[in-house]
Write a protein that binds this ligand. Structure first.
Ligand SMILES: Cc1cc2nc3c(=O)[nH]c(=O)nc-3n(C[C@H](O)[C@H](O)[C@H](O)COP(=O)(O)O)c2cc1C
Length: 175
């Protein structure tokens, strides 16, 4: 049985939902999972985990700076363990942009940091226009219009492929 830490960076909660699904899959294989929000990592004994998984969503083209800070400060420790990183964004709803080799945000992130995650994944996220603040709604609707996505102001669409999430959960167990 492995003790696994999943650290997540989320704004609207969808990355946490993905982490909770991963937790279900991994715990069904008799491992133990601890979820930790990126802003709380200092309260956790990182050394006590066999595997560390980091999941982060994209907002206006970037992962949170807290994610870059975390991997930069803890690179050696991450390298000493099984580890994985996944990104969540709506560009990944496009089949030609939903792989680690083809998702522009993941590629950009990996160029920015020196840590080399041992496993990578890309998941399509969710849009929830009614939940967004006015300017965010306008901006995301505009991006959706540019990329042939849903634009109705009431649109709430989850693009996530949950089978893909579950398959990643099984890969975490095998790390
Ligand atoms: C204000 C805002 C900006 C976003 N910017 C991008 C973006 O630049 N590229 C993209 O692919 N998705 C973008 N998204 C979509 C999010 O990545 C998607 O909604 C994701 O599911 C959010 O995950 P979270 O709830 O864990 O933060 C944006 C969403 C919001 C609300």
């Amino acid at each position: 049985m492995a003790n696994i830490l999943i650290i997540y960076s989320t704004t609207d909660g969808h990355t946490l939902k993905i982490c909770q699904r991963l937790q279900q899959v991994v715990e069904a294989q008799s491992h133990q999972v601890t979820l930790c929000a990126i802003q709380d990592w200092r309260g956790i004994d990182l050394a006590g985990f066999a595997k560390i998984v980091i999941g982060a969503s994209i907002r206006y083209g970037k992962h949170s700076p807290l994610v870059v800070d975390f991997v930069t400060r803890n690179e050696k420790l991450l390298d000493s363990k099984s580890n994985a990183f996944f990104t969540v964004n709506v560009v990944a709803r496009k089949p030609e942009k939903n792989q680690p080799e083809t998702n522009p945000y993941l590629l950009k992130f990996l160029r920015k940091i020196s840590w080399k995650p041992k496993q990578l994944a890309v998941f399509a996220g969710k849009i929830d226009f009614p939940k967004y603040r006015f300017l965010d709604r306008l901006a995301i609707r505009f991006i959706m219009w540019m990329t042939n996505g849903p634009t109705h102001p009431d649109a709430v669409v989850e693009f996530t492929d949950w089978q893909q999430v579950e398959a990643f959960g099984k890969r975490i167990c095998e790390l």
